[in-house]
Design a protein around this ligand. Structure first.
Ligand SMILES: Cc1cc2nc3c(=O)[nH]c(=O)nc-3n(C[C@H](O)[C@H](O)[C@H](O)COP(=O)(O)O)c2cc1C
Length: 349
């Protein structure tokens, strides 16, 4: 097998085993997202008709029914193809946005009839929703540039490109550990790419300092993807060498809790996205009240999509009902009123 083929099969195996571990093992942070430290002041006399509450938002110029984005997770293998298809069908039916997993592997398979590439091709199931392409920012130090970014966007007819920042995960898994000079490279892509660029973590969180630097190069949105949900150190601790397992266990709870990462990044020019440990409509409501414009969720969608599009739809519809109920409970009729509402209080310990 040549060098490229060898790398391909390693990426392929790794991606598949990440999904297997996420579906079958405990990989959640022991520490929470911090959102439970907040509570809304109940409004016993809302001047509202529940039926008129509006949870819709505009994302990347398209209307979505809920401020919700399925976070990028998978593709590149048969199970990933099924998961992406089920997610896309449910997202289209319910009118929410969707991201797909890193398309690095698909760049090596440009033929869309190939299973690897076509596993990312969800546009055919979701013609109208905002779709997000995905690449690891570390690849910008491995020879990837504008050409590859354009390719992944075109491959799925995406509305934006998401770069994921995962330096700690890369160290634990023994992957791409040279992160020098990545920011100006992101900045150059922001300037030249035809679609907006979004930057996210994978669960360790984005601090105020990193948020400020990303803002300075003009990214469209920051998904803080903080700690409290899926722990990538936990995922890495479940597989591979002894070194990887031990390091993964030591860093299981490393990261900035999502509620704190939101506080650190609110009020920037960029759109703010809450991710990492968002598990309910109330988490969504609290995140928006803390300054987020949208929310992302990964792991719960993975589990539902491994079952069926119907399970994904049920999850989305319940999240919507819960968000609406929380909005009714504080008497706000739309997301504009929810964002920054004074009704959210931090509980004293
Ligand atoms: C199986 C799995 C694969 C993932 N792959 C990617 C990926 O390829 N690109 C990416 O940006 N994030 C990836 N993530 C991270 C998620 O998008 C998200 O940021 C993280 O899981 C935290 O959200 P959660 O607590 O709702 O799961 C993956 C997550 C899971 C569970």
């Amino acid at each position: 097998m040549n060098g490229r083929g060898d790398t391909m099969s390693r990426i392929h195996q790794r991606k598949q085993s990440h999904v297997d571990v996420a579906l079958n093992k405990d990989i959640s942070y022991h520490r929470s997202s911090g959102l439970e430290r907040y509570a809304f002041i109940h409004n016993a006399l809302p001047d509202l008709d529940f039926k008129e509450i509006d949870t819709s938002a505009v994302f990347l110029g398209k209307k979505i029914q809920l401020p919700l984005i399925i976070s990028g997770m998978t593709g590149g293998h048969a199970l990933g193809a099924r998961i992406n298809r089920n997610l896309a069908m449910a997202a289209e039916k319910t009118g929410i946005a969707m991201g797909i997993g890193s398309q690095r592997i698909a760049l090596e398979h440009e033929d869309m009839h190939d299973m690897v590439s076509s596993s990312f091709d969800v546009r055919k199931y979701a013609p109208s929703i905002p779709l997000l392409a995905n690449l690891g920012a570390a690849q910008l130090n491995k020879g990837y540039g504008l050409k590859e970014c354009r390719q992944v966007v075109e491959q799925i007819n995406a509305d934006a490109l998401v770069f994921h920042l995962n330096p700690l995960q890369e160290v634990i898994q023994g992957g791409d550990v040279d992160w020098k000079g990545i920011l100006p490279k992101i900045g150059r892509i922001v300037k030249a790419l035809d679609v907006p660029v979004i930057v996210k973590e994978v669960g360790f969180g984005i601090s105020d300092e990193v948020g400020r630097r990303l803002d300075s190069v003009g990214v469209h949105a920051i998904d803080v993807s903080g700690s409290g949900g899926t722990s990538w150190a936990a995922i890495e601790s479940r597989q591979g060498s002894m070194r990887r397992r031990m390091l993964g266990r030591r860093f299981w709870d490393w990261g900035i809790p999502t509620a704190e990462a939101l506080q650190m990044n609110k009020g920037r020019r960029t759109k703010l996205i809450a991710g990492g440990g968002i598990r309910s409509g109330q988490d969504m409501a609290k995140s928006i009240a803390l300054g987020a414009d949208y929310c992302t969720m990964a792991s719960p969608f993975l589990k539902a999509a491994a079952d069926s599009p119907r399970k994904v739809m049920e999850l989305i519809l319940f999240l919507e009902l819960e968000l609406r109920t929380a909005m009714f409970g504080i008497g706000v009729k739309d997301l504009k009123m929810l964002k920054g509402t004074p009704s959210l209080r931090r509980l004293t310990p």
